[in-house]
Each structure stands twice: as structure tokens, then as C-alpha cells.
Design a protein. Structure first.
Length: 431
């Protein structure tokens, strides 16, 4: 299988590649200093392709970025100016490791809008995005060789984080209703029969990244009950939960299970990723060590960005803005689904998400979507190959398309550029 780093390297200018080769020769003497853990730190295919996708003329259906142009940027600029001018000695100073009391209280209100009632600020840690909370969870709960269960497919950033801690990530099959409880139970039984130590189930139950699939309401409590019966923590990552196109968000797993679920939220999708803020709602009996581990990594989350986010949640109609964003994302999703139905060849299938940013495309068995990325870039369109989203080293016949940050017109154009490439791959397979 072609790796993401190989793809990125092949796309470098010759002089840059030569400079990298010289640097590699001069630093090889330090290779023996790397820890065993460092060998598990992998280059992210998403980040590689993100760097490529900013080239002029390319239609990027790769990056899962929120649409930011409708934010009140001038007003937010004045808010930031006011924060620094009037509260600069706080905003620009060190802060508490848990995060500011005001923001943690506001996070409780955000979660109440998602369906989590009764959360208190004392159980919340403000984090540098939910990514850092995933890192802390693996550090606090897992020893090398422990098992973390996850959906298949799942978020590439979580895979990279867990593998860096020498954890074995074992995937559980999904269908159109999300993670399959019977498969979860069967896998746990098999691993326990082998004497394996299973620490966590990592799940993105609402609009899974990359598949866009949502765990059905009737499955949610059963998934938690299965894990609870086996002493397994649930790490619920819910950055897209409030981006349901129609209706209310599905109740998070944490809502009825305060002692058995660590809940991760993020401002990246409901405000802006550049503030780099998220949060963890941690069971009381696990809170202290989790919080101390967070503090050991970042010392404190940025007071300046915390104050900006607090101002956004109190002084702006953030829920009204979120409502308009859900409608925009729904329109873009519809544009993508319509273009796929119009342009993609027979034998290609895809998911139909109810929210979030992504559509998951499945090609016929025997096609590896990694090599297709080269051809797609030459044709002016970028996607993420499916192999990035699974712990398996096997080739994948799947790919992820993102519609969130692309206009409907560009979505259609991108799909039109991609369709002949898939058609040719299927023809080769049949030849």
C-alpha cells in the first residue's frame, strides 16, 4: 500500500526533495535516540492531502473544515480588541489548568442544548481541541499492549494518537445504523478469551468521521451497557452532534451514563477551529488524574481564546448562526449526493448522512483508492483515501469526500472530475 508520506514526497519539487535528502543524511546519527514509542508516531494522510489541496485550481473534497465566511468577523475582531484592551492582564497571562470558570459554565449550557443535563463546571476540563483530550485519555488509561476499540472506519487523528502510545486499536464493524452491538460484544469476548486488557471504546456516534453514519438511538444505551458489563470506558467524541440537518440532536451516550462515559466536545465545528479549544466532561471518580494529565501537557488552555469563545457564546446569537450553518451544510450535502447519483458509475455506493461534513464512498472490491489519488490530483480534485481511517494495513476500496467548506458549484465540478477516474479503475478491474 502506498503511504501518505510517500504520496506527499512524490509531489514535492525536486529541489525540496534534494534538500530533505541532505538533511536526512546529516541527522541519521541521531536515529538511535528515538524512543520505541516514536516509531508509532505516523504522518497523517489528512494533513498531507490538506497541504496539497490548497494549490490553486484544485477542488478539494478532502478537508473537513467548517465554513467560516458567515461569521461576524469584524464584530469578533472588535471583541478581541476589547478583551485585550480592557482585560489584557488576564487574557495574556497564565491561567488555571482546568480552564476558566465562566467558559466551563457555558460549556454546561452548550451540552444541555445537546441533551446532557445536570453537568457541572467542576467535572469539565477545557482542552486544546478534543484531539488533546484523546491523547490524555490514552496516556492516563492505557499501557503498551492494551486494547482500544473503535468503529471501522474512524477518525485518523485518534488512530495516530492511540498508536503513538503503543496501544492495539481493534475496529468494530458498522452498518447503516452505526456500530453493531453484536459485533462489539463478540469482539470483546474474543479479546478477553485471549487474556487481552481492553481499556476503552472510542466512538464518534453522531455523523462519524469519515463515514457520516450516525449510531441509531435504539443502539446507544446497549453499546454503553455492553462496555459497562466488561469494565470498559466509553470515550465519546461528539464534535458534529449539533450539526444535524433536521430535528434535534440525538441524545449523547453520556447523557444517561455519567459514570461510564468520558465526553469530548469541541468548538472547532460550532465556532471556529482556530481557537483550538474543546472540553472533556469526565466522571467524578476519574477527574483528578485526567485533569492533572491535561495540565502536564499544556499547563493551561489559552485565556485569550477562552475569553473570546465565552464572549461569542454570551454576546452573539451563536445558536442562530449554527441553525443557518446546518442549513448550509444540508444544501451542500444534497449537492454532493445529487452529483454522485448523476456522475458516479454503477457499482459505486455511498452513505447518506443526516448531518456533519462527510460522505463515505465504497468502490468495488479489488480497487485500492490510494493510487487513485495521484490521478485525481492531476485531474484537479482531491479526496482522502479510505485506508487512512482504519488501523488495518490492508488496501482500502473506500474514500472520504467532504462537502462542508466547498460551494455547491465546486462540489459538482469536483465530482465530475473524479467520476472518470473511478470509471477507469472499475474498467481495469473488469478487464
Amino acid at each position: 500500500m502506498t503511504s501518505s508520506s510517500e504520496i506527499a514526497r512524490d509531489l514535492l519539487p525536486a529541489e525540496t526533495e534534494a534538500a530533505l535528502a541532505r538533511a536526512a543524511d546529516s541527522t541519521a546519527r541521531h536515529d538511535a535516540l528515538f524512543s520505541r514509542r516514536a516509531a508509532n508516531i505516523k504522518q497523517s494522510a489528512v494533513r498531507d492531502v490538506f497541504d496539497i489541496s490548497i494549490r490553486p485550481g484544485l477542488v478539494s473534497l478532502a478537508g473537513g473544515s467548517p465554513y467560516l465566511k458567515s461569521l461576524p468577523l469584524e464584530e469578533l475582531g472588535r471583541t478581541a480588541q476589547t478583551i485585550i484592551a480592557e482585560h489584557g492582564l488576564v487574557a495574556l497571562q497564565y491561567g488555571g489548568g482546568q480552564g476558566m470558570e465562566e467558559l466551563r459554565q457555558l460549556v454546561c449550557e452548550v451540552m444541555a442544548a445537546e441533551g446532557i443535563e445536570g453537568a457541572v463546571p467542576e467535572d469539565i476540563v477545557i482542552t486544546t481541541g478534543s484531539q488533546s483530550a484523546q491523547d490524555v485519555a490514552a496516556k492516563v488509561f492505557c499501557d503498551p499492549g492494551d486494547v482500544i476499540l473503535c468503529e471501522d472506519p474512524t477518525y485518523v487523528g485518534a488512530l495516530n494518537t492511540f498508536e503513538a502510545y503503543e496501544v492495539d486499536v481493534v475496529s468494530i464493524a458498522m452498518d447503516d445504523d452505526g456500530l453493531i452491538p453484536d459485533e462489539l460484544e463478540r469482539t470483546i469476548d474474543e479479546l478477553e478469551a485471549q487474556g487481552r486488557s481492553i481499556k476503552m471504546l472510542y466512538t464518534i456516534p453522531s455523523f462519524n468521521n469519515p463515514s457520516g453514519i450516525t449510531l441509531a438511538a435504539e443502539r446507544r444505551q446497549r453499546v454503553v451497557d455492553i462496555c459497562k458489563a466488561h469494565g470498559i470506558l466509553v470515550l465519546e467524541d461528539n464534535p458534529y452532534g449539533m450539526l444535524r440537518f433536521d430535528g434535534e440532536p440525538l441524545k449523547p451516550l453520556r447523557a444517561d451514563n455519567p459514570d461510564d462515559v468520558i465526553y469530548l466536545g469541541s468548538f472547532s465545528k460550532i465556532f471556529a477551529p482556530g481557537v483550538r479549544l474543546g472540553w472533556a466532561l469526565v466522571p467524578k471518580h476519574l477527574y483528578r488524574r485526567f485533569y492533572l494529565a491535561c495540565e502536564a501537557v499544556v499547563l493551561c488552555p489559552s485565556p485569550l481564546t477562552q475569553m473570546l469563545v465565552s464572549a461569542y457564546l454570551t454576546d452573539y446569537d451563536w445558536q442562530g448562526h449554527l441553525h443557518s450553518m446546518r442549513e448550509l451544510y444540508r444544501q451542500r450535502c444534497d449537492a454532493m449526493l445529487g452529483a454522485l447519483a448523476e456522475e458516479f458509475p454503477e457499482g459505486v455506493h455511498w452513505t447518506t448522512p443526516d448531518g456533519g461534513f462527510f460522505v463515505w464512498v465504497t468502490l468495488p472490491e479489488g480497487i485500492d483508492t490510494y493510487p487513485l489519488l495521484y490521478t485525481a490530483i492531476e485531474a484537479g480534485v482531491v479526496f482522502i483515501p479510505g485506508a487512512a481511517f482504519t488501523p488495518s494495513d490492508e488496501p482500502s476500496n473506500k474514500l472520504r469526500l467532504a462537502f462542508s467548506a466547498v460551494s455547491p458549484e465546486d462540489i459538482v465540478e469536483g465530482v465530475q472530475r473524479l467520476a472518470p477516474i473511478l470509471r477507469a479503475a472499475i474498467s481495469e478491474l473488469d478487464a
